[in-house]
Structure formats: C-alpha cells, structure tokens
Ligand binder design. Structure first.
Ligand SMILES: *[C@@H]1O[C@H](CO)[C@@H](O)[C@H](O)[C@H]1NC(C)=O
Ligand SMILES: *[C@@H]1O[C@H](CO)[C@@H](O)[C@H](O)[C@H]1NC(C)=O
Ligand SMILES: *[C@@H]1O[C@H](CO)[C@@H](O)[C@H](O)[C@H]1NC(C)=O
Ligand SMILES: *[C@@H]1O[C@H](CO)[C@@H](O)[C@H](O)[C@H]1NC(C)=O
Ligand SMILES: *[C@@H]1O[C@H](CO)[C@@H](O)[C@H](O)[C@H]1NC(C)=O
Length: 565
C-alpha cells in the first residue's frame, strides 16, 4: 500500500538519487541532512509541553512574511522559536490530519480519510503523542479541539488513553452553527461572516475565550502541584464561521483587502483536483448570493469580506495566544516549558477559485509550525524574566520580521518523534512496512535534526550510518469521482473512488490522482485519473499544471513516479 512502502529508506535513497540525476536538487539541498541530532540543553532538565493547535490556519502571520495580518503575539513566540517555513499536513481536513499527527501515522495507516472511524477499533491500537507523555509520567490535558470530536476519537477525545483528566470543551461551542450573527436586515442568521458583540452572545462568551481561561486554570493547577505536564490547547479559529469579537474587524479596512493573486480556476486544473467548498455555500449569507455550483465565482466584494473576516479571526486568535503565553510567563513556567504552535492544515482564500481546505495544494496543506525550547531556541530565562509580555494588537506598531529557518520540507506526522526527542524521551522507532499490529512506532522523523546548530555544534557532524530522508512532504486527498460533486470535499470512505497522492519537494509539487478501492484500501498505480505538476520557483501559487505539457512530459512523469515507492 502506497505510503508505507514509500517511506522505506531504500525508496528515499532512490528519490535522492533520481533528483540529483535529474539536476533538480541543488547540491546545497543535501545540507538538510547536516544538522546535528540531540537536544542541546542541560540533560536531566524536565521540560513541560504546551501544544497549541489552531484550526484551518494557513501561515498568514507576520513571522511568515505576511504584510497584512497582525499577529504580534505569535510573532513574539516565533522570534524565540525555530520556525519551519515549509511544514505540511498529511491530509487537508480536520479529523484525518489530527489523528495522523497525534498517532504519528499517515492516513493510509490510520485509514481515516473521513470522520467516521476510530483507529483503535478499526485498524490498530496505536499509541498517541499525549498517551506517550502520559505513560512517561506527565499529566496530560486537552482543552478545546485537539482530537476532532466524535467517532474518530471514540466520542471521548481518546480519553482515558491519551489524557490524565477528562478533556475540556467550551460550553459556548454549541452556538457556532446557530443563528447568532446579526445580518444587515437586523435579524439573526447562521452566517459565514459573523463579527459579534461578545456581551450579546449566548453565555456572554466565545469558545476560544473559554478555552484560554480553562488552559490558564489548568496551568495554575499543575504549577501548584509541581507536576510535569503536557497541555494541548486546540483553538477553533480561524475555522468557519468567522464568529469573533467585532473590534478585530477594525484592524482590516475593507478597502485595504485585495483578492487572491490568482482568483480564477486555472485552465489546466484537472476537475478531480477541485473542491467545491460546500461548507461555505451552506451558510445563510452565502446561500443568499445564489452562487453557481461547482465553480462559482463568489462576487468580488464578498471575496474581500471573506478574506477580511479570516484575517480578523487570525488576529483574535493571536490575542488569545498572547494571553495564554503571558500567563505561562507570569507563572514562571516559560523557562521549563516547550511551546509548539501549529495548525491542522491550511485554507484557500480564493486562490484557484477555491475556498476552504479539501485539496492537495500548498495553500491547503502548508501550516505554521514553530518550536520554542528554552535553553535551545531561546536563552534560558529566569523567574521574573518577561519573555512573553502581552502585546496589544490595537496599539502595536508593526515592524518587518526576519524570515525564519529552517526551510526543509517537514511533515506534521513528525510532531510525535520531534516532541519526544525535545522532551528527552526515547524517540519511538520507525514503523516497519506494515505496522497495523504495532502500538508504538512512527512514520515521521524527528525534526530536531533540522534545528539550526547552536554554537560549537556544527563541528560534531552527524553520527555515522544514520539515515536521513531527503526533505519531502507527502499529503493525500480522496475524491468520490473525477468531477466536482456535492460530496467531493469530504467523501465517506465507502464513496472514495480516487485518491490524490501528492508530494512536495523544495523544487516542485506532484500529485497523482489514482484509482482507489475502499473495500480493501487498494490503490491502482496503473489507473491514473489525472496528474498535476507545479514548479515551486516559477509558479509558487500552483496555477500552471505542467503534467501534460509535452516538452516536460517524460521528465515530469519520471519525477512523479517516485510517489509510487
Ligand atoms: C469506545 O468507547 C466505548 C464507550 O465509551 C467503550 O466501551 C469502548 O471500549 C471504546 N473503544 C475502545 C477501542 O477503547
Ligand atoms: C490498547 O492500548 C491501550 C494502551 O496502551 C491498552 O490499555 C489496551 O488494553 C489496548 N487494547 C487492546 C484491545 O489491545
Ligand atoms: C490601509 O491602506 C492605506 C494606504 O495604503 C494605509 O495608509 C493604511 O495604513 C492601511 N490601513 C491599515 C489598517 O493597514
Ligand atoms: C439563481 O441563479 C440561477 C442561475 O444561475 C437563476 O436561474 C435563478 O433565478 C437565481 N435565483 C435567484 C433567487 O436569484
Ligand atoms: C481489491 O478489491 C478489488 C475488487 O473487489 C480487486 O479487484 C482487487 O484485486 C483487490 N486488491 C487487492 C490488493 O486485494
């Protein structure tokens, strides 16, 4: 089965060889393997973990070079972190992505491509990242959306396996899809665009505000108990609906909001690759626009408003992350807590005429990913140091930020081994070719090898015989057929007929859409429904599909066949 085989060292070496032979990989590309392993901080220190995961956040942040979005608190974290510029999710939809990175296995091993199965019952009794910390003496806690709720985490967020205490869900979450957004007619609707007066909301609050309060309460509790902790905080924003405190809209005057650089459906886009953004269409304010299925387009003014409301939701998220980090700092915990910030996948804001996730494009798969490790990515702080003062978004003056490193392609499936290594726990062994019976192994690879070497470290070099996979990120996305249908965004397992396997290197993205049989999970590599190939440098937005172009055909197909291994 594709992906497991693909990760064998032999295949990866083949890939490196082929890329070099093809002249695609510049010699400096091999520098990825040059990092030194091992955590550079005094051994014996016990590090806590604060794992912050946002929902549907693409890297529109100051620390990723975005010039529009105001995110000073996350940027402040980034300045003290290792910030991966090219991190990718394994499937651009919530539950499959989360189950993948929380178990350290790819969707072909969790066999979760939709929302409707629980891996422990359906495929294998895989250990999870929080479970591993729990079994190593940590108190593990979940606040908000960490696992996707429902069947995919056995209606319990995988409690008690993953968590020491029952997971917390904000009570006001249940209003997300109810009629609480005031429209231009003065009536309440279930809108996509939903800036609100928080005081007027049911319960007078919003889910992410409640989650922040609960996370701070839990930090105080573990601080008093003096216990080692792994606290996962899952924010709901910027996931739709854009329900957030209305003052954040003021940060983004509509006249300053541009359309996506490529707002049209590209000519060479195979129809199987397109996602018709059904969840957007279902909102009251979008329904009223009478947008044609499947290609739209959405009126330009409304496109701008979607972008504006997404950016405002990101700033609202930034404010809450700032409060949480400030509290961590106030409690003296920022000197012995690793902070990870990431998202489950990206989101298309009109690029290729698409909205939402549900695709294999960079815009849907690329995520922010940063690791703050005291004593390693930032100087060891002392009690009383203020390294995370809260920054008020409404008064701060933005300054250009240096672009972070590293630039290697990395994958969220690697979070599990990376956090294990950073916390000084044994790194789970690599999974063998079939690993359904094995409870503890990982299909990812620790990213610590890509952390920029600290002083004196580069002389050591990497240990002999250690295998380093070339920097490649894999993603996949299922479809029920070759043309957009109402269930193309999120087909049920039984309806999947085509699987799009995608691979991103530093120079290109290739996606092959292949026949898939959901009854036995088999992929037919001879049944190619469509192909996509984009050069990273000349076509960063992925609008010019080169897969069929005659000139490059042989070369392109050769590069894409690597996916098979
Ligand atoms: C899922 O939850 C149910 C009910 O809470 C429980 O009986 C069952 O054992 C759980 N499944 C697994 C695989 O743990
Ligand atoms: C699955 O793993 C958990 C935790 O490691 C263990 O408690 C449980 O008994 C296992 N279940 C089965 C069916 O093996
Ligand atoms: C909007 O654009 C104008 C003109 O470029 C600029 O002066 C202003 O600062 C912008 N406003 C915001 C809030 O970015
Ligand atoms: C919606 O659009 C279709 C064609 O695109 C048109 O026939 C129909 O009358 C429109 N309905 C409304 C309510 O505007
Ligand atoms: C999967 O099932 C299909 C039809 O049921 C069959 O043609 C195919 O050979 C099977 N593939 C594998 C790998 O068993």
């Amino acid at each position: 089965m594709g992906l497991q085989r693909r990760l064998r060292p032999a295949a990866a070496f083949l890939l490196a060889g082929l890329l070099c032979a093809a002249g695609v990989l510049p010699s400096s590309g091999a520098a990825a393997a040059d990092g030194t392993r091992g955590v550079r901080r005094p051994p014996g220190d016990s590090m806590n973990v604060l794992f912050i995961v946002s929902d549907d956040l693409r890297p529109v942040l100051g620390c990723y070079g975005d010039l529009v979005v105001k995110s000073p608190n996350i940027d402040q974290l980034a300045l003290q972190s290792v910030v991966f510029q090219n991190a990718f999710a394994q499937q651009a939809v919530c539950a499959p992505s989360r189950v993948s990175f929380l178990t350290g296995r790819r969707p072909d091993t969790t066999r979760l491509y939709d929302f409707h199965s629980y891996w422990r019952a359906h495929v294998g009794n895989y250990s999870t990242l929080p479970q591993y910390f729990k079994e190593n003496g940590y108190i593990t806690m979940s606040v908000g959306k960490v696992f996707h709720p429902g069947v995919s985490s056995n209606h319990s967020d995988d409690y008690p396996y993953s968590w020491s205490v029952p997971p917390f869900h904000p009570s006001s979450e249940k209003y997300e899809n109810t009629k609480v957004c005031r429209g231009k007619d003065g009536q309440l609707h279930a809108n996509l665009l939903c800036p609100v007066d928080v005081a007027e909301m049911p319960e007078g609050t919003l889910p992410d505000i409640q989650s922040t309060e609960e996370a701070i309460r839990l930090l105080k509790m573990v601080k008093e108990k003096n216990s080692k902790f792994f606290l996962a905080v899952g924010y709901h924003k910027p996931h739709i609906p854009f329900r957030y405190p209305q003052e954040f809209l003021e940060l983004y005057p509509l006249e300053n909001i541009t359309l996506a650089p490529d707002p049209d459906v590209p000519k060479g886009l195979p129809s199987v690759a397109y996602n018709p953004w059904m969840d957007i269409r279902r909102r009251d304010d979008v329904q009223a626009l009478n947008i044609s299925f499947p290609y739209g387009p959405i009126p330009e003014d409304f496109q701008r408003q979607i972008r504006q409301n997404y950016f405002a939701s990101v700033s609202y998220l930034d404010m809450l992350v700032g409060k949480l980090l400030n509290a961590l700092n106030d409690m003296g915990l920022s000197s012995n807590t690793i902070v990870v910030f990431t998202s489950d996948h990206g989101w298309s804001l009109g690029e290729h005429g698409e909205w939402a996730k549900y695709s294999n494009f960079d815009i849907a798969t690329r995520v922010p990913l940063m690791f703050y490790v005291p004593g390693m990515t930032a100087p060891l702080s002392h009690p009383g140091d203020r390294n995370f003062p809260f920054i008020d978004l409404f008064t701060q003056v933005s300054t250009p930020l240096p672009q972070g490193k590293p630039k290697e392609m990395v994958e969220l499936v690697s979070l599990f081994p990376t956090l294990a290594e950073l916390a000084g726990l044994r790194v789970p062994p690599p999974c063998p070719v079939t690993s359904f019976q094995i409870s503890l192994c990982t299909e990812g690879q620790s990213m610590v090898q890509y952390f920029p070497p600290t002083k004196g470290e580069h002389e050591k070099g990497r240990s002999e015989g250690e295998f380093h996979r070339p920097p490649v990120a894999f993603s996949q996305y299922p479809r029920p057929g070759d043309t957009p249908q109402p269930n193309s965004d999120l087909p049920l397992l039984k309806d999947i007929k085509v699987m799009g396997y995608s691979m991103r290197t530093d120079t290109y993205r290739c996606t092959l859409w292949l026949g898939f049989n959901p009854s036995n999970f088999s992929v037919d590599w001879n049944d190619i429904h469509a192909g996509e190939f984009y050069f990273a440098e000349s076509d960063p937005n992925q609008d010019h599909n080169m897969y069929q172009s005659e000139k490059d055909s042989h070369f392109v197909k050769k590069l894409c066949r690597i996916l098979e291994h």
